[in-house]
Design a protein around this ligand. Structure first.
Ligand code: NAD
Length: 276
């Protein structure tokens, strides 16, 4: 795939990480379709891109609803043409799929208010699995059709460093991201004869508005959890959304034509460190 301007579809594009990717890729001249359930957020980013002379559209999409994805694909085709790059960014965790305890101990049984593994809510677990895994698979089913027709294309999934080693408290999110890494390899092989490459990013801890209060105190110093993370991150800092840009460009532009089926950790060394 050469570096000519591309038509790039990004799901979860109203969010922190993917809006950063959308802005950066639009700056290079690519046409960006920003898909998100939160249309206001996606529209704000599209407006900002268009105001700066870029080309972007925002579309309301539920990545778990194939009909809404097909409608979005038709609009992308109409407005820009066939999708050449798909970034599957919609995803996330949910409190209902998160335990309160790091380690189970029998005294937890007495604490009814404590959410342990045993009383995790099935619907919360299903929500997280569906959003992350099915929310990657379904958009791929819809948008990869354009790439198969062109015998050319790039898919970038968003996994997580917890796909290599699960984080405490979030079994569904960790499992779903592991499934995304596995699916990335499966799909890379499956599409290898039709010119479509499939890779994934595995971001580590990024300090965003959503987790800022979990990781830092009002005065900017670290919480206990924040400190534990930094101690386990050899580069000694949180990621910044901009840290994902160069790898994304590399995977969907010139210079990576022989690369498919990889999951790139962008985590300051977190996944490489045993802690000892
Ligand atoms: P975010 O919450 O800021 O963005 C996610 C976006 O997805 C939101 O705009 C949301 O509206 C959208 N979305 C949610 N459900 C949807 C649905 N059903 N259909 C369409 N859109 C939907 O999250 P983020 O931090 O930017 O994360 C982006 C991706 O990166 C996610 O897959 C996340 O799991 C992954 N990730 C994030 C981090 C991090 O530290 N932020 C680390 C590792 C992996």
């Amino acid at each position: 795939m050469n570096n000519k301007m591309k038509i790039i579809v990004i799901t979860g594009a109203g969010g922190i990480l993917c809006s950063t990717l959308a802005e950066a890729l639009a700056k290079e001249g690519h046409q960006i379709a920003l898909l998100d359930l939160n249309i206001e957020a996606a529209q704000d980013i599209a407006d900002s891109i268009n105001k700066k002379g870029g080309k972007a559209i925002a579309l309301k999409v539920n990545v778990l609803d194939k009909e809404s994805l097909i409608l979005a694909k038709n609009k992308v085709n109409e407005k820009f043409g066939a999708c050449q790059v798909l970034i599957n960014g919609a995803g996330g965790n949910h409190p209902a799929a998160t335990t309160d305890d790091l380690f189970y101990d029998t005294s937890s049984n007495q604490k009814e208010e404590l959410k342990t593994f045993f009383n995790l809510d099935m619907s919360g677990i299903k929500f997280v699995f569906d959003l992350n895994f099915m929310g990657t698979l379904l958009p791929t089913q819809v948008f990869a059709e354009d790439m198969v027709d062109a015998k050319d294309g790039n898919i970038i999934n968003i996994s997580s460093m917890n796909s290599f080693q699960p984080l405490t408290k979030i079994p569904a999110y960790s499992g779903a991201k592991a499934a995304i890494s596995n699916f990335t390899q499966w799909l890379a092989v499956y599409f290898s004869k039709v010119g479509i490459r499939v890779n994934a990013l595995a971001p580590g801890f990024f300090l965003t508005e959503q987790n800022r209060r979990l990781l830092t105190k009002e005065d900017g110093s670290l919480t206990d959890r924040g400190e534990t993370i930094i101690k386990r991150t050899p580069l000694g800092k949180f990621g910044n959304p901009d840290d994902l840009i160069s790898t994304t460009r590399w995977l969907c532009e010139d210079g990576s034509e022989f690369i498919t089926g990889i999951v790139v950790p962008i985590d300051g060394g977190f996944s490489a460190f045993s802690g000892v």
